[in-house]
Design a protein around this ligand. Structure first.
Ligand SMILES: *Cc1c(COP(=O)(O)O)cnc(C)c1O
Length: 368
């Protein structure tokens, strides 16, 4: 950062942007990285360069932070909200298959939603909480139905699926460097891909689509979505600590697992055998009957002891802009939402902090 200030390279050009892009692309085992001003901007650009058109449909997780769904609307397309599976709480790929085989038909090489008549163009699996969506069957479906996969890996940098880094498995992967993510640039994001044309197109659009930067000639409508050199410099410093951050998250996850294992009514998060989760956010399920209070009652109780916790996101289909959206599923996301509570998970958390959280959760169970 001091170097940026000393040299005057503080804005959207400079060597740290390039360095940060190659560091993230390396970790995501992708050929190209395009730094953006946010993860949401990366998702927006990804949808455009993937060729998603107004009135297309895009499959996306229902149990997610809302950003990828909003990005689908930014390009004028419509989300089809896919329920979560109950084991790892990720997009339920069997529901994707159900939708494609039962509700869609093929016409001239395109996949059409038979009910709406709209073309289904892409899938955004959201790897939530550091864990992974089951990608192999999803890749298979995408191949059979000619769909582009854009991974929302904003919560899962550093995680892998069958040894493959999250964000590197679909055509495009998106990351976020917001303050609450595994690593941060204050605000920022990145799109990664092995496809040079897609990456070039995204970079061009992120800098106002300048066809002749000297004479201000623009053949397309661009965006001001570029990450600044100062933010990228922070990102470079953060990337140097990525392994330490992931190790800290995983150690904290293990400590919570051990401490909470024997408390009746507290369900622990699971990790698939073939997944390496960054364990970005540690979330438990509170069974009100067995534990003695609901997740939101526990949130209040812990709050009184200055321990901040959060439920998961209200499933997207319950938010006003998406109440009419197509939902494929069976209410699993709603059930998880009614029980989930995310515990303090920062990489700066000490063992003593964690033990206090564990003791407070145990005390409620003992008191009843
Ligand atoms: C944080 C997040 C985003 C958006 O990232 P920003 O950098 O905040 O725009 C997108 N998708 C998911 C699932 C997220 O958690």
């Amino acid at each position: 950062m001091l170097d940026c200030l000393a040299t005057g390279w503080v804005s959207s050009a400079g060597r740290y942007v390039n360095q940060f892009e190659s560091m993230v692309a390396d970790v995501a085992r992708s050929k190209f990285g395009v730094a953006t001003s946010s993860g949401t901007a990366a998702l927006h650009l990804a949808l455009i360069v993937a060729g998603v058109q107004p009135d297309d449909e895009v499959l996306v997780s229902d149990l997610t932070f809302v950003a990828p769904v909003n990005a689908i609307r930014y390009v004028g397309a419509w989300p089809v909200l896919v329920d979560a599976e109950p084991h790892f709480w990720q997009m339920d790929v069997s529901r994707v298959e159900q939708f494609l085989t039962q509700d869609c038909h093929r016409s001239n090489g395109a996949t059409i939603n038979s009910r709406t008549g709209r073309r289904v163009r892409a899938i955004i699996p959201v790897h939530i909480l550091g864990h992974a969506v089951d990608m192999d069957p999803l890749l298979d479906l995408a191949g059979r139905y000619d769909l582009v996969i854009i991974e929302d890996a904003t919560e899962s940098l550093g995680g892998t699926y069958k040894g493959r880094p999250l964000g590197s498995i679909g055509r495009i992967g998106c990351f976020s460097f917001n303050g609450n993510k595994l690593l941060t640039t204050g605000g920022g994001g990145m799109l990664v891909s092995d496809d040079e044309q897609l990456a070039k197109h995204a970079r061009y659009l992120s800098m106002q689509a300048k066809d002749d930067p000297v004479r201000y000639v623009h053949e397309h409508i661009g965006f001001n979505y570029r990450l600044s050199n100062v933010q990228a410099a922070i990102g470079v410093g953060q990337m140097e600590q990525l392994d330490r951050f992931v190790a800290a998250k995983r150690a904290a996850g293990d400590r919570y697992d051990r401490g909470l294992a024997n408390i009746a009514g507290v369900g622990l998060p699971a990790e698939r055998r073939d997944v390496f989760s960054s364990r970005w956010l540690y979330t438990v399920l509170i069974d009100r009957d067995r534990y003695g209070m609901s997740n939101m009652e526990l949130l209040t109780k812990l709050g009184e002891q200055l321990i901040e916790t959060r439920p998961l996101w209200q499933p997207v289909h319950l938010n006003r802009p998406y109440r009419d959206a197509t939902v494929v599923g069976d209410g699993i996301a709603e059930r998880l939402y009614a029980q989930a509570l995310s515990l303090p998970s920062s990489v700066g958390l000490t063992d003593a902090d964690q033990d206090r959280v564990i003791a407070s959760i145990a005390a409620v169970a003992v008191a009843r």
